[in-house]
Ligand binder design. Structure first.
Ligand SMILES: [Zn+2]
Length: 330
C-alpha cells in the first residue's frame, strides 16, 4: 500500500503551545497573480489548563454569517485563563467563499462541506478538508460546525445532527444538542452524506454536531444570539468553560426524513402559502408556481407530501426543477 500523503497545508499556530494565538492556515495555491502563493483561512488556538480539545468552525459555506460573527466575537472575549483544555477556532473556514459571499470557493469551485475526507493532492478546498481531517479532528474530542441556510434557504434556528445507529453515540449527540440549546434540534434520519465535516468528525469518534441558524444571506439579532449562546453552552458542555449555561431552555427535538423535502417540479416564480414554523398536513397546498413567460398558463400547484413542521424554506422566489422549496421535520 502506498504511504499516506501528508498535508501541504502550513500554519503559524503552534497547536501544542499554551495561551492565545491567532494566525492562519496556508493552503498552497500557485496562480497567475501569485506563483508561490496560498489561500488562507483564519485559525486560532486558545489553550489553558489540562482538558479536552474543542473544534469550533463556521464559514464552511461562505454565505452563512451567524456562526462566523459569533466565533469572531468569541475570539475577542475568550481568555486562556478561563479555558480548561484547548479551543481550536476556524471562524471563516472557506475564507475566499466568505469574502465573495458565496457558498463555494471562487478559487476552485469547491463546496468544502462536500469535500471530506479531502485529498492532499487535490484543489485548495479538498486539501483544506484533508488538513482538518488528518490534523485537527484527530486532536479533538468535541466539535461544532455552525451553518445557516445561506443565500438560498432560511432555517428555524436549530442544532443539528445525524442519527447514529450506536445507542451510546445517539444519547451523547442528543445531550450535546440539548446543551447547545437552540429552540429546535433536528436529527437527520436519512442516509447521511459522508462528505460533510460533521460526518468526518463522527467517523473519528469526535462528538460532533452542527447547527442551521437562520440564513437568507443575512443575519439578525435573534439568530446571532442563538449562535453565540450555543457556542458558550457547547464549551460548557465539553467542560472547557466552567460557567453556567445561558438560557438553558429545553430544545424541541424533531426528526427529518428523506421524504420531507418539497422540491420544485417546474421553472417559475414560487408563491408560498405557508410560513416558516407552520404545522402542515400531507397533501396540503404549499404554494403555486407561476409562469412569467406564459401569462395565460394556469399556475402549477405544489402540495406537501408529508405531515410536520416547516423548518426550512427557500428564499429566492425564482425556482428551477429540483430546487428545495421547503422541508419538514416531525
Ligand atoms: Zn452550510
Amino acid at each position: 500500500m502506498p504511504a499516506k500523503l501528508r498535508s501541504r497545508v502550513r500554519t503559524d499556530v503552534d497547536l501544542e503551545a499554551a495561551g492565545r494565538q491567532v494566525g492562519r492556515l496556508y493552503v498552497p495555491h500557485s496562480s497567475q497573480e501569485s506563483a508561490y502563493g496560498a489561500v488562507t483561512s483564519p485559525f486560532a488556538c486558545i489553550a489553558g489548563a489540562q482538558g479536552p480539545t474543542v473544534l469550533l468552525t463556521a464559514g464552511n459555506h461562505g454565505d452563512e454569517y451567524e456562526g462566523q460573527i459569533a466565533l469572531l466575537k468569541l475570539l475577542h472575549r475568550m481568555d486562556p485563563a478561563d479555558v480548561h483544555g484547548r479551543i481550536l477556532v476556524l471562524p471563516s473556514l472557506n475564507l475566499p467563499a466568505a469574502l465573495a459571499g458565496r457558498r463555494s470557493s471562487p478559487v476552485d469551485g469547491g463546496n468544502l462541506n462536500r469535500s471530506f475526507p479531502g485529498d492532499p493532492s487535490g484543489g485548495v478546498t479538498s486539501a483544506l478538508a484533508h488538513f482538518i481531517d488528518t490534523e485537527l479532528l484527530p486532536r479533538s474530542q468535541f466539535a461544532l460546525d455552525l451553518h445557516s441556510g445561506g443565500s438560498s434557504l432560511e432555517y428555524l434556528p436549530c442544532g443539528m445532527a445525524r442519527a447514529s445507529d450506536d445507542a451510546g453515540t445517539r444519547r451523547r449527540i442528543l445531550e450535546a444538542l440539548q446543551a447547545f440549546g437552540a429552540p429546535y434540534s433536528f436529527v437527520f434520519e436519512t442516509a447521511p452524506d459522508e462528505r460533510t465535516l460533521t460526518a468526518a468528525g463522527l467517523r473519528q469518534g469526535v462528538l460532533h454536531i452542527g447547527a442551521e441558524i437562520g440564513g437568507g444571506g443575512t443575519t439578525r439579532p435573534a439568530t446571532l444570539a442563538v449562535a453565540e449562546q450555543g457556542v458558550h453552552n457547547f464549551l460548557v458542555f465539553a467542560g472547557v468553560l466552567r460557567a453556567d449555561p445561558q438560557s438553558p431552555a429545553s430544545s424541541r427535538v424533531l426528526a427529518v426524513h428523506g421524504a420531507d423535502y418539497l422540491r420544485a417540479p417546474v421553472r417559475g416564480f414560487f408563491e408560498p402559502v405557508f410560513e416558516l414554523g407552520d404545522e402542515v398536513d400531507a397533501r396540503q397546498l404549499a404554494g403555486r408556481i407561476h409562469f412569467p413567460e406564459e401569462p395565460s398558463r394556469t399556475p402549477a400547484e405544489v402540495h406537501f407530501a408529508t405531515t410536520g413542521t416547516v423548518v426550512c424554506r427557500r428564499v429566492p422566489t425564482r425556482c428551477l426543477p429540483g430546487d428545495c422549496l421547503a422541508h419538514l421535520a416531525s
